[in-house]
Design a protein around this ligand. Structure first.
Ligand SMILES: Cc1cc2nc3c(=O)[nH]c(=O)nc-3n(C[C@H](O)[C@H](O)[C@H](O)COP(=O)(O)O)c2cc1C
Length: 178
């Protein structure tokens, strides 16, 4: 046996899902933002994905009420703020003010786009059937934006406990076209 057992509590680190994101919401004239790394694509067009937002988070209640948000995708330059935003709750603090986050209006949803992020996905919640049991929200992307001037966006991936992997080299392996 060449393998060593891996702790159950760390399995999530092996299945890290994709770039760390920042979820913005808007409720009662106030915007909020949280860090979210647990998400999973479900469909291409319209783009649909699932995300896990803990019921301990302020965002959980806002999202359940307003059923809309923006999922913003930052690059490595923003990593420090990503961690700060993910370590404090917006129920008592205005994180936009505290962390000097720049925002601009979205086109469809009320939640703002984070200006400094590479991509911004305006989303609406289309299914909350798994919310109570698993904190899962199913989101449909209504409109997607990217910053065209950013030539080589390097996203960050969360490995747990403050450790991140930064996107590296791209490789291309042609596959069958659909
Ligand atoms: C790198 C990182 C990734 C995180 N990923 C998630 C996640 O996927 N789901 C979640 O519910 N919380 C996640 N969190 C924790 C929330 O961002 C954190 O609880 C935040 O304070 C919630 O803010 P809110 O109460 O204003 O909604 C993450 C935090 C960090 C630092």
């Amino acid at each position: 046996m060449t393998k060593k057992q891996f702790p159950q509590s760390k399995v999530y680190q092996l299945l890290e899902p994709g770039p760390v994101t920042l979820v913005t919401t808007f409720y009662k004239k106030k915007a909020n933002v949280m860090t979210m790394s647990w998400h999973m694509m479900i469909d291409f067009e319209p783009p649909i994905f699932a995300c896990v937002i803990s019921d301990q988070n302020h965002t959980f209640n806002i999202l359940a009420k307003t059923k809309e948000c923006v999922v913003n995708i930052p690059t490595v330059e923003f990593a420090q703020k990503v961690v700060q935003v993910g370590n404090i709750s917006g129920d008592t603090v205005d994180k936009f003010e505290k962390f000097h986050l720049l925002q601009e209006p979205a086109s469809i949803v009320k939640a703002p786009l984070l200006t400094e992020c590479y991509a911004n996905l305006e989303c609406r919640v289309i299914d909350m059937k798994m919310k109570a049991q698993y904190n899962i929200f199913i989101l449909e992307v209504l409109k997607a934006w990217i910053r065209p001037t950013k030539k080589r966006p390097r996203m960050i991936h969360h490995c747990g406990n403050g450790v991140f992997i930064v996107d590296g080299n791209k490789i291309k392996i042609p596959s069958k076209k659909k």
